[in-house]
Design a protein around this ligand. Structure first.
Ligand code: APR
Length: 248
């Protein structure tokens, strides 16, 4: 794949990027690939944990049946993420907060790398691996403040069991997250979709909403996705190489 250069970005997109006041950026696992986070469908992910398919160990049913196993899986994943750093794509998007009147960052990622890069008010459609939630009172807790070994951590508000605060297979998105993202998508002038296979709904409908409302839709991905044909512009390549080019 030929490295993308500044010239590959159209004058149209440059102008819109320069003039936009209200933009929405939606990211998926691909934006974190260059930081070392395996993607789900890009072949990077093992897909199996201790003989259990990813869709099973990361499911609502598993929280019911075997919460300690769910924690063991998420403790392992947090361990993988601990040392990983944001890449130039995360860093550029964080800088854009001061570049635009209204920047909305919507992510499907639970890795917290956007926040580590300095992004604030991130709409997390699938939760965050660094947080836990009480199965009884729904209180949220920052896992960095919790000391627990491999047992199931306990809610110090009500004594209930905590579970990872991520959206598991078979579960609804966090209350209000999708609605907030959809509202912003309807109002944005420019929508950038970075590093998602665009196959998981309702997240994948956010760029469709933006396009239908008249936004200029741009995809950044080394591969073609079901969204590509809907886009005004497709930038084929890696997010860490392309995203910073938009500022120059
Ligand atoms: N830069 C940009 N895009 C990349 C890069 C990169 N360096 N490397 C890979 N990609 C692209 C892949 O081509 C693929 O289209 O990122 C996409 C990753 O797709 P998925 O692995 O399907 O991840 P995502 O779209 O975020 O998955 C959505 O599915 O499994 C659930 O909850 C999980 O949030 C996740 C959701």
């Amino acid at each position: 794949m030929q490295a993308i250069s500044r010239q590959s970005i159209s004058e149209e997109l440059r102008r819109r990027f320069r003039q936009a006041n209200n933009i929405l950026v939606m990211t998926g696992a691909g934006v974190s690939a260059e930081s070392g986070v395996p993607t789900f469908r890009g072949g990077g992910n093992t897909g199996v944990w201790k003989g259990l398919p990813f869709e099973i160990i990361s499911s609502a049913g598993m929280v019911e049946r075997d919460l300690p196993a769910v924690w063991e899986w998420f403790n392992y994943r947090r361990g993988l993420l601990e040392s990983l750093k944001p890449n130039p794509a995360h860093e550029a998007i964080a800088r854009w907060q001061t570049l635009f009147g209204d920047l909305t960052l919507v992510t499907q990622n639970i890795d917290g790398l956007h926040q580590k890069a300095g992004s604030r008010n991130v709409i997390e459609l699938h939760g965050n691996i660094w947080r836990a939630r009480c199965v009884d009172c729904a209180a949220r807790h920052d896992l960095r403040e919790l000391k627990f070994d491999n047992s199931v951590p306990v809610c110090f508000d009500c004594g209930g069991s905590l579970r990872p605060d991520v959206v598991l297979f078979g579960e609804m998105l966090p209350a209000g997250a999708f609605e907030a993202a959809a509202m912003k998508a309807e109002a944005c002038e420019l929508c950038l979709v970075v590093g998602t296979s665009a196959v998981v709904y309702p997240a994948a409908s956010i760029p469709e909403i933006a396009r239908a409302a008249g936004a200029y839709l741009v995809e950044v991905n080394p591969e073609v996705t079901p969204l590509s044909e809907l886009c005004d512009e497709v930038l084929t390549g890696k997010a860490g190489e392309i995203i910073p080019l938009l500022e120059r």
